[in-house]
Design a protein around this ligand. Structure first.
Ligand SMILES: [Zn+2]
Length: 362
């Protein structure tokens, strides 16, 4: 019922349109060492969390194999699928934090170089140039550094794990204020002023890294307070990603709720909303057939003439911990794209930025 109503309100596309929003690129999260050292004995590091078991930064091999699948699934009319990489623009600088005792960060290209050297930098640039990937903004770091510093000051055991292995595993929590990966969640309303500076700095790093402004802002966990909209607009961001039923942090443990749809205008009509309507997470074991599940939702979008905005995460397409994980994810992606192309030869695969331009064209 709600889906139908949101589809009626949504921006319409004349032909079948597919956009992939794939989160968490650039962000250091867990890594192989979490699994190898069997840190799952730690009460707060969850063994069932797929991000802890499979997620790592993407390697040259991960990208090369992904690009092959995308290229191979070019539609009959010549549209090649593109992954919009929802990208974090920095990571904590573990070494400098230990030295100084204060929070410090490492910018995007420096993190990428640290992980995969010049070859990985080259691979990103080639992927962008050839149109397989298109970065958009996932904030500066994929963490709330105030909460992160609190954890390392209060939990020496977690501090040791983070700093010994340069990793940021997902931690289980019962109180939302312990969720340290939600960068723009906050406890005290006064934190918003600092967050405005973080948003501004993330846009500056994005521009410096990719030589253009981001068009889309995606807050980690899709949580941010609307006070940040002004900063986004002032820096020429044109759209924000909001969950259909979104949660807005208000501080002091309070959260507001709103319904959203693609094309909704917010902040004095100066920002458009993109809202994901298809989930595709093959590394999540809750569904036995992700291909059919996502395809069914895509057809539902096409019937209502709304763009299918597919929500996915890097964790499905990386093999740094388990090659089998990457092969499963890419196999499912290949199947899904083949199925779409077989039935909808007129399909257009757009990056988020291309969709936003279409939505704004008169
Ligand atoms: Zn994320």
């Amino acid at each position: 019922m709600i889906t139908e109503l949101l589809n009626i309100l949504s921006w319409k596309s004349k032909s079948p349109t597919v956009v992939f929003l794939v989160d968490d690129f650039g962000a250091v999260k867990a890594n192989k060492e979490i699994v190898e050292n069997n840190y799952f004995g730690h009460a707060r590091i969850d063994l069932k969390n797929r991000f802890n078991i499979f997620d790592t930064l993407s390697s040259v091999k991960d990208f090369t194999k992904l690009f092959e699948v995308l290229e191979k699934n070019t539609s009959k009319l010549g549209s090649t699928p593109v992954f919009t990489l929802v990208t974090s623009m920095a990571n904590p600088d573990f070494e400098r934090i230990i030295q100084s005792g204060e929070y410090q960060f490492l910018e995007f290209w420096d993190s990428i170089k640290n992980y995969g050297g010049e070859n990985l930098v080259k691979c990103w640039k080639e992927g962008i140039e050839k149109g397989y990937i298109s970065p958009e903004l996932h904030g500066r770091e994929h963490l709330n550094f105030k909460r992160f510093m609190k954890i390392i000051n209060e939990s020496p055991d977690l501090k040791e794990i983070f700093f010994q292995h340069n990793c940021l595993p997902e931690l289980s929590f019962t109180n939302p204020s312990h969720d340290y990966l939600s960068a723009f969640d906050f406890d005290e309303p006064s934190d918003i002023e600092e967050q405005k500076k973080v948003v501004k700095s993330s846009i500056e790093i994005f521009e410096k890294s990719f030589h253009r402004k981001p068009e889309l802002f995606v807050a980690p966990a899709l949580k941010y307070n609307k006070a940040l909209n002004k900063t986004l607009v002032e820096n020429e961001v044109r759209a924000v990603d909001k969950a259909r039923k979104s949660i807005e942090p208000l501080g002091n443990g309070k959260y507001g709720k709103s319904f959203n749809y693609t094309g909704k205008k917010i902040y004095k009509n100066q920002l458009s909303v993109l809202s994901r309507n298809v989930m595709f997470e093959p590394s999540m074991t809750t569904k036995s057939n992700w291909v059919n599940f996502a395809y069914f939702k895509i057809e539902e979008c096409f019937r209502s003439n709304v763009p299918a905005i597919i929500s996915s995460h890097r964790v499905n397409y990386v093999g740094g911990v388990s090659e089998v994980n990457r092969e499963n994810g890419l196999w499912a992606l290949d199947e899904l794209l083949t199925k779409i192309n077989e039935t909808y030869s007129e399909v257009s695969y757009l990056s988020a930025s291309e969709l936003i331009q279409k939505m704004h064209a008169k």
